[in-house]
Design a protein around this ligand. Structure first.
Ligand SMILES: Nc1ncnc2c1ncn2[C@@H]1O[C@H](COP(=O)(O)OP(=O)(O)O)[C@@H](O)[C@H]1O
Ligand SMILES: [Mg+2]
Length: 384
């Protein structure tokens, strides 16, 4: 606890590890609430510092840097998963308040750990196995057939760290190039992917958000459609399961659960214990955005209304293409689409990199989606 916060009887200084777009949008929410956000980032160029968050220079892979951030703040939270889990345990043992706690965060940092823990709690999951050798791939393929899905337990995002070896030879190449172990899954017939978000306070208060569809291309989330076009029974059970998971693992702050909808029903894919791409729509599309909600939850403040502000809300990500120019060069084209709420992250354009998103709120699902797609496509240069 910083001295000022103790004297005031309330801590309002939030530390965030990582200065990317999630920290940037959290900073936007922090401004409104008068909360000080201190961000551990590699440079002043990072999106959150660029947006006015206080700068603590350092790396999430250096324990002393994490300690310096913690010393400035009342609670420490995260904009990504790439922090050494042992360091989080060390910080907690030194009295640092982490939100989520280290043990909960591990479920978002290590896919194998998450699978085993969620299986232990009885949640429905894809079949899975750990594999480090071709024999272990063979054994799994003998049951499930090729192609398989192999995932790096740690460090992956946006499809990086997900491979789909078509046959034994491809699995052999993967094993030669990438150190295991891998999380193996069958190649599932996915009807639809949905996500459910929950915010939970340290005192156990929680709220949940409407279930959304996440549309992936190339294993990366490209569109988010709220509400998800699924039966109310399915949406209710995804929402209820997300709450049960947050409670089972002791999550604090925002948590997103990604689900596959298959012939077997809902299967839990992965967890994020932080604001999540599937919740960007909530900035304009819900009474309380996931970024404000995250701040409320990690500080133990009352949680906000999660209702939709319109019958249909669609977010489309803006992804970098081949050219050097980013979407900022085409801002006018995006803004020409009526109703487009544009968020650009201030990141250098690179092929396949998420550089921003567009949200449109409307009455009709198809018209809303088309408007959001038109604006995102205009920002991307119309090439996609
Ligand atoms: N077992 C699977 N079968 C079919 N598609 C899958 C499977 N696992 C993942 N995918 C596809 O790859 C995407 C990314 O996988 P995910 O495990 O969520 O990794 P990431 O951490 O990159 O988001 C999923 O959203 C889904 O579209
Ligand atoms: Mg995912």
């Amino acid at each position: 606890m910083s001295a000022d916060a103790t004297e005031a009887g309330r801590g309002r200084r939030v530390g965030m590890v990582g200065g990317g777009q999630l920290a940037r949008m959290t900073q936007q929410a922090a401004i409104g609430l008068g909360i000080e956000l201190v961000v551990l980032a590699g440079s002043r160029e990072e999106p959150a510092i660029d947006a006015g968050a206080a700068f603590e220079p350092g790396s999430p892979t250096v324990l002393d840097d994490l300690r310096r951030l913690a010393a400035r703040c009342d609670v420490v939270t995260f904009d990504h998963e790439q922090v050494e889990p042992d360091y989080l345990v060390a910080l907690e043992s030194e009295g640092v308040q982490l939100a989520p706690p280290a043990a909960a965060k591990l479920h978002a940092q290590d896919k194998l750990h998450a699978r085993r823990a969620l299986a232990g709690h009885g949640f429905p999951l894809p079949d899975f196995a750990e594999a480090s050798s071709i024999e272990e791939f063979d054994r799994f393929a003998a049951v499930h057939g090729w192609p398989l899905v192999a995932k790096a337990p740690r460090g992956g995002y946006d499809g990086r760290g997900v491979w789909m070896p078509a046959d034994r030879e491809a699995a052999g190449r993967l094993l030669a190039e990438t150190p295991g172990p891998f999380l193996l899954e069958p190649m599932l017939e996915i009807e639809l992917e949905v996500a459910a978000m929950v915010a939970r306070s340290a005192n156990g208060e929680y709220v949940s958000y409407p279930v959304v569809e996440t549309v992936q291309r190339g294993a990366m989330c490209r569109e988010v459609i709220a509400p998800a076009p699924v039966s109310s029974g399915l949406a209710d059970s995804a929402r209820a399961m997300a709450v049960e998971i947050a409670e089972a693992i002791g999550g604090v702050g925002m948590m997103a659960v990604e689900f596959f909808v298959t012939a077997r029903g809902l299967l839990v894919n992965e967890l994020a214990l932080r604001p999540h791409n599937s919740g960007h729509y909530s900035i304009e599309g819900c009474v309380t955005s996931q970024f404000e909600q995250h701040l409320r939850a990690v500080l133990g403040l009352p949680l906000g209304d999660t209702s939709l502000t319109a019958p249909s809300v669609v977010t489309v990500n803006v992804v970098g293409g081949e050219g050097p120019e980013g979407p900022d060069a085409r801002l006018a084209d995006g803004l020409a689409v009526p109703g487009a709420h544009i968020h650009l992250y201030g990141k250098q354009s690179r092929p396949g990199r998420k550089l921003g998103h567009v949200t449109v709120c409307g009455q009709d699902a198809e018209a809303t989606a088309n408007a959001a797609r038109a604006a995102a496509s205009a920002l991307e240069g119309g090439s996609k």
